[in-house]
Ligand binder design. Structure first.
Ligand SMILES: *Cc1c(COP(=O)(O)O)cnc(C)c1O
Length: 395
């Protein structure tokens, strides 16, 4: 069970892994949780030890027992070879992309990808001589036709966290591999509890650990998990760039992971109940939730996922900005803000704007992103029902 970061514990159920994974009380004087390790200098006893460079810890930036406590749990959950904790979900994306390319290479990114990841590709990788192209999130096996000899990475996000297109990872992996590229998947929405991209053929899985892993809206963190073949490239780039997560942050990620299975179950149930209810309300044009039979990618979701997340989209009938303000400005329980994954419900109006390039968002009406937290579902429904009344009155 306690095998640091090797991913050998996959025989256990996820609940057991989340409860026991990454804890080695015998090495911590019996303390149940791996405490916060802070440190830069790690001491060598002899010149022979210094020369051998073989002790478990060499320097603070490479990790410590607290960061490893997180990494070994995520490794086991994702069925990965290894995992590294990094300072944010965005850092996980940027490191993963950089690990795959050099000047002259090409990458393909889903048009539904997390926008700051796009900005990194457009604003930095392009400058470093990498060409960046985007593809229709629903391209499926059509990805093969876009592959070029110099395409080295494909970045998918399933489902996209604003528009919720579901991508068939096995199909994308086959096309990427046939063209000699690695497939990177952002798995933040479903978590490895409900979707395992590596088992479907992906090479690298990234998480905004900030969201569901942490679960309390109080830490920024990311994880990168890979197959054995992809690991050296990822770890080399991370080491070269100096990305490191502190023991303090790692401790809170580890704490969040202990309740992930329970929280996901509750988020799933509550989000589905509210999404299904919203579908029947006046003024609602569409609810974008992959687990609803009305979702265009519901079949892919059913095939590849064993559950659904807290987050979904709500499209209201067309109306001006004043109606959007009427909807969000007087919500009593839903708050407005970026991020998601905490215990508290959020409602974010989304302006697609520059977030799409290949396949502009054509859906009429106003898009909102809802994260369903742990307030009583009936209270949340009442809050939304009142907002719908205000919206239609302001149209
Ligand atoms: C928030 C988010 C990220 C980035 O995570 P940070 O920790 O905020 O940098 C990446 N992908 C998705 C899907 C996200 O929602």
């Amino acid at each position: 069970m306690n095998d640091y970061n090797s991913g050998k514990s996959q025989a256990y159920s996820v609940e057991t892994l989340l409860t026991h994974g990454g804890r080695i009380p015998d090495e911590q004087f019996g303390f149940v949780n791996t405490p916060v390790y802070r440190g830069s200098t790690i001491l060598f006893k002899t010149l022979a030890d210094l020369d051998a460079q073989s002790q478990r810890y060499l320097y603070g930036r490479a990790g410590n027992p607290t960061t490893e406590a997180v990494e070994s749990v995520v490794t086991a959950l994702e069925g990965a070879y290894r995992t590294k904790l990094v300072p944010s979900g965005l850092a996980a994306i940027t490191i993963a992309l950089m690990a795959c390319v050099k000047a002259g290479d090409d990458i393909l990114i889903t048009d539904s990808a997390y926008e700051p990841g796009r900005k990194f590709a457009d604003g930095y990788l392009e400058r470093m001589g990498v060409s960046v192209r985007y593809f229709d999130p629903r391209i499926g096996s059509g990805l093969g036709a876009l592959m070029q000899p110099n395409t080295k990475a494909v970045l998918a996000e399933s489902p996209g966290s604003l528009t919720f297109e579901v991508q068939d990872i096995a199909v994308l992996a086959e096309a990427a591999h046939a063209g000699g590229a690695r497939l990177i998947v952002d798995n933040s929405w479903a978590t490895p509890l409900y979707h395992k991209p590596l088992a479907l053929g992906a090479d690298i899985v990234v998480h905004a650990a900030t969201k569901m892993f942490v679960g309390h809206s109080d830490v920024m963190a990311g994880t990168i998990s890979t197959t054995e073949a992809a690991w050296d490239d990822v770890e080399r780039i991370r080491t070269l760039l100096g990305f490191f997560s502190s023991g303090d942050d790692a401790y809170l990620v580890a704490r969040g992971l202990r309740t992930l299975a329970l929280r996901m179950k509750e988020h799933q149930e509550r989000a589905l109940a509210i999404a299904g209810w919203l579908e029947k309300q006046d003024g609602v044009a569409q609810v974008l939730h992959p687990a609803l039979p009305s979702h265009p990618d519901h079949d892919i979701w059913k095939k590849n996922f064993t559950g659904s997340g807290s987050l979904f989209g709500l499209v209201l009938e067309p109306a001006g900005r004043q109606a959007v303000a009427a909807f969000v400005d007087h919500l009593e329980l839903f708050s407005m803000g970026y991020s998601w994954g905490g215990y508290e419900s959020l409602c974010l109006p989304v302006r697609m704007g520059k977030a799409r390039s290949v396949r502009p968002w054509a859906q009429e009406g106003n898009l909102f992103r809802l994260h369903i937290g742990f307030e009583a579902p009936d209270d949340l429904k009442a809050d939304l029902a009142a907002a719908l009344v205000r919206y239609s009155a302001a149209r």
